[in-house]
Ligand binder design. Structure first.
Ligand SMILES: Nc1nc2c(ncn2[C@@H]2O[C@H](COP(=O)(O)OP(=O)(O)OP(=O)(O)O)[C@@H](O)[C@H]2O)c(=O)[nH]1
Ligand SMILES: C[S@@+](CC[C@H](N)C(=O)[O-])C[C@H]1O[C@@H](n2cnc3c(N)ncnc32)[C@H](O)[C@@H]1O
Ligand code: SF4
Ligand code: SF4
Length: 321
């Protein structure tokens, strides 16, 4: 699907739930999270129908995200249904990996191709601090399981915050040495609970400079549909990626739409505008009408990021990152 700016939109990020078993400081408040009701969230059948319509409109890659997608019991069934859709060439998952070790086999069998795992620190006490309730050990077992089962490439998302984990950048690079693990450093965004542009913000360029003091990075490559720029340390098995979400926008090569947990097609991560697809679906819309809604959403996509438009009320857990 070509948008008004000539970009090919073929990637759908699907937030299957707003619920999460963690409370990362930059994403969700610790207490008092307002949850969508069961009825507000798309059912398995509704997700299937919308994604099928997307594939008929031109979507070729689907990423399942959340909230935490693995807390939704029917996520493997959804993945199975999506992996059988002839138009879909890539189905991937973004997860905090707390439940990954338990579910990896089931997900692989269902047809999941690969996982991106969020992990901001390699130290247990700091992991507890940033997630407010997780266990680092479970994530590390999840990573091993994903590698063993070939849910690859395994990418690790690290949101960098100056006083929290900038000092661990080299430890993450060492993580790429002996295993095909692909670490991506992400600039924190001022959304939801993210402090973003405060003192905690570190630009991807600054991170790259710190890495370059100890390692010589050469241009790398990695399959995927996302905005990361990849490098690698020669001889290392994995790669090192940078996601300049704030400092250098990649909007000119934007390729995505988002389906929010409450059934809206969102045109841009940063901007709040979106189109209701759940309503028409529940009112009996036929497949062709749903396909048409995808076409409309694509035409609404903005040229890109506008620094004045970050919206603190947009919660990452309903949009899916
Ligand atoms: N500003 C902006 N940031 C994005 C966008 N897509 C992803 N990101 C950021 O990149 C992070 C990582 O995204 P992932 O869910 O791992 O997916 P990805 O990197 O797009 O996917 P692949 O490259 O296909 O593996 C997200 O949590 C966001 O912080 C986007 O369209 N705009
Ligand atoms: C919202 S989570 C959903 C999937 C899953 N729960 C996870 O954490 O991987 C998707 C991604 O958004 C990122 N994220 C959340 N809030 C962010 C923020 N304010 N700035 C940058 N990235 C953020 C997380 O680090 C994670 O990689
Ligand atoms: S980043 Fe992911 S794991 Fe952390 S609170 Fe948000 S949805 Fe949950
Ligand atoms: S900020 Fe909006 S337009 Fe830019 S890459 Fe992200 S989703 Fe696309």
């Amino acid at each position: 699907m070509l948008d008004k700016f000539g970009r090919n939109i073929d990637y759908l990020r699907v937030s299957v739930t707003d619920r999460c078993n963690l409370r990362c400081c930059y994403c969700m408040p610790e207490e008092g999270v307002e949850q969508l009701s069961r009825d507000e969230i798309l059912s398995l059948e509704e997700l299937e129908r919308i994604i099928r319509a997307g594939s008929n409109a031109g979507i070729r890659r689907v990423r399942i995200t959340g909230g935490e997608p693995l807390v939704r019991r029917d996520v493997s069934t959804l993945i199975k249904k999506v992996s059988l859709m002839p138009g879909i060439k890539d189905i991937s998952l973004t997860t905090n990996a707390i439940l990954l070790a338990d579910l990896a086999e089931e997900l692989k069998e269902a047809g999941l191709k690969r996982v991106n795992i969020s992990l901001d620190t390699l130290m247990e006490h700091k992991y507890k601090e940033i997630t407010r309730r997780g266990s680092l050990g479970r994530v590390l077992v999840g990573i091993e399981k994903a590698l063993a089962l070939g849910l690859t490439p395994v990418k690790i998302n690290v949101v960098v915050q100056r006083d929290f984990n900038l000092d661990e950048v080299r430890d993450f690079i060492r993580f790429t040495e002996s295993a095909p693990i692909h670490v991506r450093f992400i600039e924190i965004m001022p959304m939801g609970c993210g402090g973003g542009l405060s003192d905690e913000f570190v630009s991807a360029e600054e991170i790259k400079k710190i890495v370059s003091e100890d390692y010589s990075l050469v241009k790398g490559e990695l399959a995927g549909g996302g905005p990361a720029d990849y490098f690698k340390v020669e001889g290392y098995h994995g790669t090192v990626g940078f996601i300049h979400a704030i400092s250098r926008h990649f909007c000119a090569r934007c390729n995505r739409l988002r389906l929010t947990a409450d059934g809206r097609l969102r045109y841009c991560l940063q901007q709040e505008q979106s189109l209701d697809i759940k309503g028409p679906l529940r009112n009996g819309a036929a497949e062709a009408e749903l396909v048409e809604l995808f076409g409309q959403a694509v035409m609404h996509k903005p040229a890109g990021y506008r620094s004045s438009e970050w919206n603190k009320n947009s919660l990452m857990n309903t949009i899916g990152g």
